[in-house]
Design a protein around this ligand. Structure first.
Ligand code: FES
Length: 389
């Protein structure tokens, strides 16, 4: 493939056109900035190039949660906006697992992710128990559409609702907005079982002291503790209704929600019932909760034609490979960032054929009805024709 100079030239021109469109889109703010490695640096089990991040420090936050301070081993800056996440490729027991962790540091502070051990969680348990300074992790990103880059001219009213480790993107958002937007105000509702489960307890307390009326925090604890001011109960529909009224939350706030799925559904119902319609949610499911990952796939390679209009390249996709892996193995510079369905950077349009796509993912209803799929989590089940963006 791509043997003739004309084809190579045409491919470069195509790539330059795509890059220009992506840059223009990013400048208009219609797409998140994406990482576009041109070639995998080290051929390995995956066709996707990762960046190598060194663990500079491990901070024990609670009995079950640690923060990993990270830096790129190449010295490249780790740029992100509050609310974004990193996808980490972690090898446990000889098997490679991919997991997303929100960046929990504020803008301008060292990059970090915070990992909480979940029951039966292979990767979270491994990281909480064994991560140490000097470890090197393979990562994709930063990526994600949750959150935003603060704007000093903005005057926002933000309502952040977190459950358990859902605080990780929200603490980054709160701290960054309070520091960078002097006219913005933030209210945080944070639910946990017990006071000892509260991640960033001192950090949140310090924000309340520092920013006074601009930052309100309301802890909701199932088992209230004498040493932490809180509301008793579970952060479900009833408690949310009561807190929204008690705190005098206006219907024109912008809400950001992150936590367990059942909590998020109850919170959304309460917010909508309160007339709040600007609601942003961050959901990460454990692999065993994702649908489509184990779909019946062809046992033989299937042909997939990638291209823009008449300029097309056909690749044979090995059983189990995603469109992204297949395209990159074929030498196509397909953009991607998180490699796990959370950012939209790899969106392509399916013209013909069918794929099995892992759910949930970040595709909107409009994108789905237009025939878009996410190449990083879409596996062809028959011959396909894919239109590149
Ligand atoms: S690379 Fe992020 S959704 Fe595919």
């Amino acid at each position: 493939m791509f043997a003739s100079p004309e084809r190579a030239l045409r491919r470069r021109l195509d790539q330059a056109r795509r890059d220009l469109r992506m840059v223009a889109g990013t400048l208009r703010g219609v797409r998140p900035p994406v990482t576009v490695p041109r070639r995998p640096k080290r051929p390995g089990r995956s066709a996707l190039g990762t960046r190598s991040l060194r663990v500079d420090a491990v901070i024990q936050e609670t009995r079950d949660a640690v923060t990993l301070r990270l830096s790129d081993v190449s010295g490249a800056p780790l740029r992100f906006h509050p609310g974004q996440f990193l996808s980490l490729d972690v090898v446990v027991g000889g098997r490679r697992h991919r997991r997303a962790y929100s960046l929990s540091g504020a803008l301008g502070a060292p990059a970090q992710v915070t990992v909480k051990r979940v029951p039966g969680g292979v990767v979270s348990s491994h990281l909480v128990e064994t991560a140490q300074a000097g470890d090197v992790l393979a990562a994709f990103g930063p990526a994600g559409r949750f959150g935003f880059a603060p704007d000093p001219r903005a005057e926002r009213r933000l309502l952040l609702v977190a459950g358990g480790s859902g605080i990780t993107p929200l603490v980054s958002l709160a701290e960054s907005v309070l520091a960078a937007e002097p006219r913005s105000r933030v209210t945080l509702l944070y639910g946990n079982r017990r006071a000892e489960d509260v991640i960033f307890r001192e950090r949140l307390g310090a924000l309340a002291t520092r920013y006074g009326a601009r930052f309100r925090i309301c802890h909701v604890l199932e088992a209230p503790a004498a040493d932490l001011a809180s509301t008793a109960g579970r952060l479900g529909r009833e408690r949310m209704d009561e807190r929204l009224r008690a705190l005098g939350i206006e219907h024109d706030v912008e809400a950001y929600v992150c936590g367990p799925t059942d909590m998020m559904e109850a919170v959304r119902a309460a917010l909508e019932g309160h007339g709040i319609d600007r609601i942003h949610e961050e959901r990460f499911q454990r692999p065993e909760e994702r649908r489509g990952a184990g779909a019946a796939l062809p046992t033989e390679p299937v042909p997939v034609s990638f291209g823009e209009g008449d300029v097309r390249h056909t690749a044979l996709v090995a059983p189990g490979d995603t469109l992204l892996e297949a395209g990159r193995k074929a030498g196509l510079a397909l953009p991607f960032s998180c490699a796990m369905g959370g950012c939209g950077a790899c969106r392509v349009r399916l013209r013909k054929g069918a794929v099995a796509m892992e759910e949930p993912n970040c595709l909107s209803a409009d994108e789905r009805s237009a025939g878009d799929v996410l190449a990083c989590v879409a596996r062809p089940t028959e011959a396909c024709e894919v239109e590149l963006p």
